[in-house]
Design a protein around this ligand. Structure first.
Ligand code: COA
Length: 367
């Protein structure tokens, strides 16, 4: 039997911090309200030179470094994102090119804030079926580009950032143990970025009407989220007959502290068993779970051998949970330096573009 181990992890967040006090200068809100209703104190905002793919590249190279894998060892890249750089090509392909993952298939996965759980499950299944050996799963967002900074119902919630896991095949038991994925499109209107797709292509009218920004029915999303968090956690555990008291950590999607508290009540667990860092980053959608996991590893809470539940919900509506035994880096020698591949990746990319240009000249396409 083949197991899919989480062997590497990395995160990247922009340096620019936007506090609740900064928001007070933009919209009619206040620090006390935001902290009380959401638990968020500050969030990170991407600079003009940063994008969903650039944050993803940073997080991915760190994850490869921990896993001690070369980008060329990757068979698959799944990029979960709600804020891709373009409708197409996939942001995953931009990452593939920039890190030099020349053997990897790459695609984006859109399941909103549940995307990282969906992506991890898909990659784990591909490894467990022996179709592939090594996968990179990314959650990356630049939500600040899609937030209406005049809408206090939404702009206080979101932030930018990226997180990535490397999954590796091994016959040693552990890694991803079970997962459940759910959806309910009847709630598609509750959290939506209406325009810019094929239904409402970008026009002057859609731009003027502000339809390229996130729209949300906060109360309904809140009710849905509090219902599904505990439920899907239990479902994923039941699949492998694991009890909650055998789980060291719950890493929930970081949307609102009150949603996490409701999940804790539903599961009859103390808040100490939940990894929470939404006070620092707000809701970073697909990136929130891997960022929380990376911080928990780095501060020594999440240790090899720990059982962990990742659980999330989001637009769609989608929700899901995944149970894993945390592995830690696996032995591979000699030591590799994935970031050094960046130079060669850039060179390779330029050469390929040049070769395409020359081919075009030969076949007369540039005349
Ligand atoms: N600052 C100050 N007041 C605000 C405000 C803000 N940023 N946003 C809303 N308000 C006001 C509302 O206008 C309302 O005033 P009213 O009673 O005079 O109409 C009041 O605060 C209460 O609004 P309500 O929407 O009931 O607040 P809430 O307690 O439900 O909290 C959310 C709002 C958005 C924080 C909460 O509903 C939520 O977190 N929902 C889930 C959102 C989410 O997680 N989305 C991402 C999913 S992946």
């Amino acid at each position: 039997m083949v197991y899919a181990h989480i062997a590497g992890w990395g995160m990247s967040v922009p340096e620019t911090v936007m506090t609740n006090a900064d928001l007070e200068k933009i919209v009619d809100t206040n620090d006390a309200w935001i902290k009380d209703r959401t638990g968020i104190r500050e969030r990170r905002i991407a600079s003009d030179s940063q994008s969903s793919s650039s944050l993803a590249v940073e997080a991915s190279l760190k994850a490869l470094q921990v896993a001690n894998l070369k980008p060329t060892d990757l068979d698959l890249i799944i990029c979960a994102t709600s804020t891709p750089e373009h409708i197409f090509p996939a942001t995953a392909c931009l990452v593939q090119d920039r890190i030099g993952a020349v053997k990897a298939g790459a695609f984006d996965l859109l399941a909103a804030c549940s995307g990282f759980i969906y992506g991890l499950n898909m990659a784990a299944q591909s490894i467990q079926s022996s179709a592939i050996q090594n996968a990179l799963v990314i959650g990356t967002e630049t939500l600040s580009r899609f937030v209406n900074w005049q809408d206090r119902n939404t702009c206080i919630l979101f932030g930018d950032g990226a997180g990535a896991f490397v999954l590796r095949a091994s016959d040693r038991p552990g890694g991803v143990l079970s997962a459940v994925m759910h959806s309910d499109g009847s709630g598609s209107n509750l959290l939506i970025l209406p325009a810019g797709g094929s239904k409402y292509p970008a026009t002057e009218a859609t731009v003027q009407a502000g339809r390229h920004y996130i729209e949300m029915d906060g109360r309904e999303v809140f009710r849905f989220a509090t219902r599904v968090m505990a439920q899907s956690t239990r479902e994923a555990l039941e699949l492998i007959d694991l009890d909650l008291d055998q789980v060291e950590w719950i890493i929930p999607h970081q949307a609102n502290i009150r949603i996490i508290e409701a999940a804790a009540r539903g599961l009859k667990l103390p808040m100490e068993r939940f990894v929470v860092n939404l006070d620092k980053y707000g809701n970073t959608s697909t990136a929130s779970i891997p960022i929380a996991a990376v911080e928990a590893v780095e501060d020594g809470r999440l240790k090899p051998g720990n059982k962990v539940v990742l659980v999330g919900f989001g637009a769609g509506l989608t929700w899901g949970a995944l149970v894993a035994e945390w592995t830690g880096p696996m032995e591979t020698k000699p030591k590799v330096y994935p970031s050094r591949y960046r130079f060669w990746a850039r060179l390779r990319s330029r050469l390929r573009r040049f070769a395409r240009f020359v081919e075009g000249l030969i076949w007369g396409r540039h005349s």
